[in-house]
Design a binder for this molecule. Structure first.
Ligand code: ADP
Ligand code: MG
Length: 386
């Protein structure tokens, strides 16, 4: 786990940010901005996303108007895109671990507030699409309810006040630089869960930086710990992807001695943006061959400094031949750990083998073994042909 300090101050209350922390708002925002700009003959560059993440709607609008030299004022632009966002509220998906975190804190009676730079009515519209979310928060503070949004501490101070507690009893969970700055300014403990991986350095003023909500260890702050890890693995809500095996970077088997059957990341950019980088495992089906145990890395492979997020499934089986072009289907059912960098190729290879052993063993547990029979894996016809 990245940059964790062992001793943390004990807290009793949690304040979470919404967009980019609990919800994958970026993915929907990217789609909306992309199609809006396309109509003006401009090309959305998702790399400018860092200028809008964690900002108030007007600040974000101002950044886009400036970056793309739009022929509108920031107010005009905001009024044009606001209805486009409102149509999409319920298409914004929870980020990995969001439902798990909310359920965990709620069932353990830990008071929780939601504090977002979005206007209160937008927050309520967004969370109403997710079962059990609204009732889990004892306070909800919107950017329109305080004088200044994040990075000012006001939103968090107001959230503490509405929970009848001191700022020093609160732990903030945030993805953005503005949010971490606000949490520090409110003199609260702050966990940063970066939604933009390259921003990690800018978040180092947080008490801890974790790769995703799946990696939280609330017991470090005196809060109840998660009880759902089993033999070094975390069961996740299963997700399924498949397609023809494509040529990857050509270094799986050549450099590492570990072949990875690549799927086209482009076809899964939405689902990938929802799932944090890291090491996962599950079952893999090749229709003409069988169903195999599988361990996979999702991410940027820090060791190789990829610029594109990729999916790298290693089937835990010796094959006599390559199977490029064949339909590969994956059921991803468990999480092992965040993606990490390694000092040497040898240590990277050793760790991948260890992950393989963890997956191999875990997949024999009835909880995980059951997914071997998923219809998605056993149905012999690719959906597109049926
Ligand atoms: P690439 O960069 O093209 O993916 P790799 O060196 O990673 O090349 O090799 C991956 C290919 O090796 C897969 O596409 C598949 O055809 C083959 N292969 C053989 N055994 C395995 C295995 N156990 N797991 C994954 N792929 C395998
Ligand atoms: Mg490969």
């Amino acid at each position: 786990m990245a940059a964790s300090k062992p001793v943390c101050k004990l807290v009793s209350h949690v304040i979470v940010d919404l967009d980019g922390t609990l919800l994958n708002t970026d993915s929907v925002a990217n789609q909306i901005l992309k199609s809006f700009l396309a109509k003006l003959g401009k090309k959305w560059d998702s790399k400018s996303a860092h200028r809008i993440v964690g900002r108030t709607p007007l600040e974000a609008a101002a950044a886009v108007v400036e970056d793309y030299q739009l022929p509108y004022s920031k107010e005009e632009f905001l009024s044009m895109i606001t209805p486009l966002f409102a149509d999409q509220w319920c298409n914004i998906r929870p980020l990995a671990g969001a439902n798990r975190l909310i359920k965990h804190l709620r069932s353990n009676g830990v008071p929780m507030a939601l504090a977002s730079n979005s206007p209160k009515s937008n927050i309520e519209a967004k969370i109403s699409c997710h079962n059990g979310w609204k009732e889990s928060f004892s306070a909800i503070v919107g950017g329109d309810e305080v004088e200044d949004g994040k990075p000012s501490p006001n939103i968090f101070l107001e959230a503490a006040k509405r929970m009848n507690t001191e700022p020093s009893s609160c732990l903030v969970i945030e993805d953005s630089v503005a949010g971490v700055t606000a949490g520090n300014a409110a003199e609260m403990e702050v966990i940063a869960v970066p939604s933009i991986p390259k921003q990690v350095d800018k978040l180092s003023s947080a008490s801890e930086v974790v790769n995703s909500l799946l990696d939280l260890q609330p017991e470090k702050w005196g809060l109840p710990q998660f009880e759902d890890w089993i033999e070094g693995t975390l069961p996740i809500e299963p997700w399924y992807i498949g397609g023809p095996v494509i040529k990857g970077f050509g270094r799986g088997s050549k450099v590492l001695g570990i072949p990875t059957a690549n799927l086209s990341a482009e076809s899964f950019s939405d689902i990938l943006s929802e799932h944090t980088s890291g090491v996962y495992f599950g079952w893999a089906a090749l229709f003409t061959r069988g169903i195999y145990k599988m361990v996979m890395n999702i991410g940027w492979n820090p060791y190789f400094a990829n610029t594109e997020k990729t999916i790298e499934p290693w089937l835990l089986h010796e094959f006599d031949e390559d199977f490029y072009g064949e339909e590969l289907r994956l059921a991803i059912i468990g999480y092992i750990k965040p993606e990490a960098n390694f000092p040497s190729l040898e240590s990277l290879i050793a760790r991948i083998h260890e992950d393989g052993r963890i997956a191999e063993k875990a997949l024999d547990l009835p909880l995980y073994a059951a997914y071997r029979d998923s219809p998605y894996l056993t149905n012999p016809l690719p959906e597109s042909n049926s």
